[in-house]
Design a protein around this ligand. Sequence first.
Ligand code: NAD
Length: 249
Amino acid sequence: MSADKTRIIIVGSKGRMGEALIRLASKDPKLELVAGVDKEDNVLDYIDRCDVLIEFAHHSLSAELAKTAVERGKALVIGTTGHTDEERQTIATAAQTIPVVFAPNFSVGVNLLFYLTKIAAETLGDEYDEEVVEMHHRLKLDAPSGTARHLGEILADAAGGSYDALTLHGRHGDVGARPKRVIGMHALRGGDVVGDHTVHFSTVGERIELTHRASSRDTFASGALRASSWVRAQQPGLYSMQDVLGLKG
Ligand code: NAD
């Protein structure tokens, strides 16, 4: 073992993301893959040998794993989505003691989309109707995607409101005219789509669409591995991928 390598454990190792993470980590000279663990394994068997836990598994696991990381003084990278407010709160509490990167999307392109969405929302203002449309593969378990939710949070923030109060999930039946202060949110599912997101800004006379399409999970996996090297050297705190990329401020 080389002292300057970041030693990682991948939680959810048998999943789609876990497979990509293991494949890329094995080729990265800056990383040492201590173990991949999945449902039948016990992370406690390996945890003392790692610097960072990377979790892409299930939202019901993240809070418990965050408490374990606190007890053992390990940094954490969470890519899982679909958390309840309570689970998010537990992760935020853990981040008072350990450094945590918690990101709904680890791709560089999507983090640029977050940045551009904020600028567009602030520039265009109330006259533009805002709708987020996402599409993912047929096996995805949660909706809307964590990335779509974060885009909604950015739009809500720019409008001076909260995500829960402003978001309208889908439409059906006699819905009437579109209210102004609403963020439309729509989740499409099908085939093997890795992840598409479009933010629509529409007004009378014109519309703008910001779109990102992921064609390989490797883009998320390499971002998460980059975050694992970065987070190891940070003070306790809750960080986003924008912090890792230096896109904030
Ligand atoms: P998947 O269903 O293919 O894999 C999940 C894996 O986690 C499975 O092997 C499963 O057995 C394992 N697992 C479930 N519960 C576990 C537990 N308690 N302990 C250990 N392992 C457990 O899913 P996926 O496509 O790899 O996605 C996983 C998560 O990552 C989802 O929440 C997805 O939305 C999210 N995701 C995030 C990003 C990002 O950039 N942040 C990108 C892609 C996917």
